[in-house]
Each structure stands twice: as C-alpha cells, then as structure tokens.
Design a protein around this ligand. Structure first.
Ligand code: PEP
Ligand code: MG
Length: 324
C-alpha cells in the first residue's frame, strides 16, 4: 500500500480526465510543514495557529508569531500558505486570555468573535501575518467561525489599520494578502453568496459545519453515531457553498476531515471543489483517489447519492462506490 502510494509523490493532482485540483495539507505547528512538503502537499490549506498560543503563560509576541508564520511561508515559497487566525474558545482553552466560563462554549465567545472584541490581541497577530508575507507574498489570511458579512468587514478594517501602522513604521509587509473565510457554520453556508462579496476565497470546515448543522457535539461519544458528513443536510450545505463560490468566481477549498474521505471525494469533484486540504499523512492517498475519478463518473455518483434520503442509504451507496 505504502509502496503503491509512493508512485503519487511527485505527480500533479489530476482527475482521470487530467483536470487539475489543488491538494494542500493541514498543519498545526511550523515544524509540521516539512513533513507536509515531503508528503507531496502543494500548499498549506489550513495552518491552525492555536498551537502558538497554547502551552505557555503569556501571549506570543509579534516577532515570535511572525517568525513562525515566515518559516512556513519560506518553506512553501511559490506555493500558497493559508493561515487561520486564532480559533480560541470552544474546546480550546488558553489560561492567560482569561476567557469566561461559558454555559455553551461552542456557541459562545470564540474564534473571530473573541478576536474582534479583543483588538489589542488580534492586532498583534494581524501585523505578524502581514509582515510574515513580506518576502514571498504567499500568505493568505483565513477567518474562523464566520457567521456574517460584518465580521469579515470588521477584520478587514483592522487589517487596513495594521497596514497603515506598518507602513508608518517603515516595516516590510504584504499589502495584498488575500482574506478568506472558513465556512463552518450553517449561517455562513446559507449566505455563502453574500459572504463571497467580501471573501477572496472559501474553505469549508466540515468538522464544525457538521457539528453545527446537525446540532451534534463533535467530541461527545454518546452522539458520535449521529455525527456524519453523509447527512443530506451537510451534503446540501457543502454543495451550496461550492456553487456560490463558483458563481462569484472565487476559489473554494475544504479543510475539514471530510476532504480526505474517499467516499465523499467523487461528490466534491462533481461539484467542482478547487482545493482539498488534508493531513500530511492523507495527501498521497487523496491524490490517488482523485486520479481514479472521471468527471462523468463523479457526476453520476453524485446525482445518485443526492437522490437518496437517509444517512444509511447515502453512506452505504458511497461506500460501495469507493474505487480500490
Ligand atoms: C473544521 O471545523 O472543519 C476545521 C477544519 O477546523 P477545526 O477542526 O480546527 O475546528
Ligand atoms: Mg472549525
């Protein structure tokens, strides 16, 4: 199996018709970037920056953050590096931020909400991201847990302020860094057409999108059997986002675990997902799966699956269609 996958190492990611799609990796630490490159990732589709903030007792400085982001940008020079701004709260606690105990942390003051309300913390990260892109101009900034246009506009306003500051200080930065959003709430999925007015790209976060769409805690073993991206509500949601992105002419990727699921890949190919971002260990297997599907075959399976109405039916059908 491993030997077979090695054949896909220095190959482009194309479907059976030769159509190219992006195949990126998710990372959590700058040190993971090397392994992602060695495993054949064509870019970084999700750099979870929380790690930088965890297991320490004070906020990482602008310099520390810039160095971490720059390290990945340099390794992936000429390729895209999508860095997600701080996704705190929910299950991710950071003591020194003194976040309040909440009744419903996953519905609470987390991610972009926390950051916009704590501009002194967020500005440090935004400045570090802009500066880290100065050399290679390959960093894209991604906002987590967006539910509305206002959040994108507020974050972009802060970025403009950061650019003004950096320019006044004479520090080099990437003035054209793109700003995209994660689509991981039902609200974002439903208004994807509106969000596309302000977002340079989308990345579908199926881990949270599944949790919020189905009202099923992604970490609770007692409801784990209900947590599935094969629910027709999740599938329709994904299809809607990809369609909205296509219509608006922006790129759309997926960085949730679902992007590496061989049973789901034909649907994603049929809908026209531009970029798959998976863990480094899943890059080669995903490249292989993509290579096995022609557009026509993917379209046929997609149509058949979307005609089914139950999770069991859809999951069973898609599992039976996985190409060995
Ligand atoms: C997601 O929600 O799908 C995602 C990729 O982000 P995280 O798993 O870090 O919440
Ligand atoms: Mg998420």
């Amino acid at each position: 199996q491993r030997q077979m996958l090695k054949a896909y190492l220095n190959k482009p990611t194309v479907n059976a018709d030769g159509r190219a799609v992006g195949l990126y990796a998710n990372i959590g630490k700058p040190e993971d970037a090397q392994a992602a490159l060695e495993k054949g990732a064509e870019g970084i589709g999700l750099f979870r920056t929380e790690f930088l903030f965890m297991d320490r007792d004070s906020l990482p400085t602008e310099e520390e953050q810039m160095n971490a982001y720059r390290q990945v940008a340099a390794l992936f020079a000429g390729k895209e590096v999508i860095i997600r701004t701080l996704d705190v709260g929910g299950d991710k606690e950071i003591d020194y931020l003194h976040m309040k105990k909440e009744e419903n942390p996953f519905l609470g003051h987390r991610a972009i909400r926390y950051c916009l309300d704590n501009p002194e913390t967020y500005m440090i990260q935004l400045r570090a991201l802009l500066r880290a892109g100065a050399d290679h101009k390959n960093i894209k900034i991604m906002l987590p847990l967006v539910t509305g246009l206002e959040e994108i506009r507020a974050a972009k306003a802060m970025l403009e302020k950061a650019k003004k500051e950096l320019a006044a200080e004479g520090l080099p930065f990437d003035a054209n860094a793109q700003v995209g959003v994660m689509i991981e709430t039902p609200a974002a999925s439903q208004i994807a057409d509106l969000l596309a007015q302000e977002a340079a790209f989308f990345s579908i976060g199926t881990n949270d999108l599944t949790q919020y769409t189905l009202a099923v805690d992604r970490g609770n073993p007692d409801v784990a059997s209900l947590y599935t991206h094969f629910h027709p509500a999740v599938l329709r949601s994904i299809a809607n986002v990809i369609k909205a992105a296509k219509k608006a002419g922006i790129t759309v990727g997926m960085c949730g675990e679902a992007a590496a699921d061989p049973a789901l890949i034909p649907l994603l190919l049929s809908w026209g997902l531009d970029e798959f971002s998976v863990s480094a260990s899943a890059v080669l297997a995903t490249r292989r799966t993509i290579s096995l599907w022609s557009q026509q075959e993917a379209d046929d399976v997609q149509a058949e699956a979307m005609n089914l109405s139950s999770v069991k039916g859809i999951q069973g059908y898609l599992a039976s269609m996985i190409k060995k």
